[in-house]
Design a protein around this ligand. Sequence first.
Ligand SMILES: C[S@@+](CC[C@H](N)C(=O)[O-])C[C@H]1O[C@@H](n2cnc3c(N)ncnc32)[C@H](O)[C@@H]1O
Length: 245
Amino acid sequence: MLNEDYVIKFPVDKHGLDQDEEFIIVNTGKQSEKIRLHDYKRIYNVPGLYEEALYKRLKCESPQVLCSLLQEAMDESEEDCTQLRVLDFGAGNGVAGECMRKQVGCETLVGVDIIPEARKAALRDRPDLYDDYFVVDFNELEEADERQLQKYDFNMLVTIAALGYKHIGTEAFLKAFDFVDDNAWIVFNIKDSFLSEGDDSGFEKNLSSLMDSRLSVLKKNHYCHRLSIANEPLYYYGIVGKKNE
Ligand SMILES: C[S@@+](CC[C@H](N)C(=O)[O-])C[C@H]1O[C@@H](n2cnc3c(N)ncnc32)[C@H](O)[C@@H]1O
């Protein structure tokens, strides 16, 4: 495992790479390793590497943008928003969860991720953040996990920087959507091309149909999620809504 004294470099030939092909070179002085930005198993194992590469160097702003959108929507609603029980789906090492706690505030925060490395990193880097953290696949949710999760009676689903590519697919996202209460707050972001005409990932079709029926969108923002390693803005939609009763 790398220690914390490392230098991150971007490849010289960095143009034309799709987001899931992008990589960095991490150099410790003794060894140099190529790590794909979507290789979370590897990235989370190095304390601080995810934050340094994605948030500091590539200026990811999604947690702040989504939390601000959510706050605006809450300020405009007449609901009591003091007892939020949040399912942080695709929680990773807790960057978005932490923003949720600090910027918006919540009563309960439960993380879910598909890889054990994410849970391990969250407990290592943010030990007091989550009330509970499950490593599960929502496409193959076991009864015992489902029962445990259901006890939290979630009234908010948050999925930040975790939809699309080989991350959370439409089926798992719709399962998580079904999992939270009627009238729950729904907060997510997604790369703009996945919501555009011509998308063949299934997101456009499924999310449009969701937004036409079971999700009332209150806020929708087109913004720069982060820079690519070639320094170009990557645009996403941030969406905040309420699940229809
Ligand atoms: C870019 S990270 C985002 C982490 C966190 N939400 C944040 O904003 O920092 C994407 C996370 O989604 C997780 N993920 C990918 N596919 C998943 C799935 N099917 N179910 C749950 N988590 C998944 C990955 O393991 C990774 O931790």
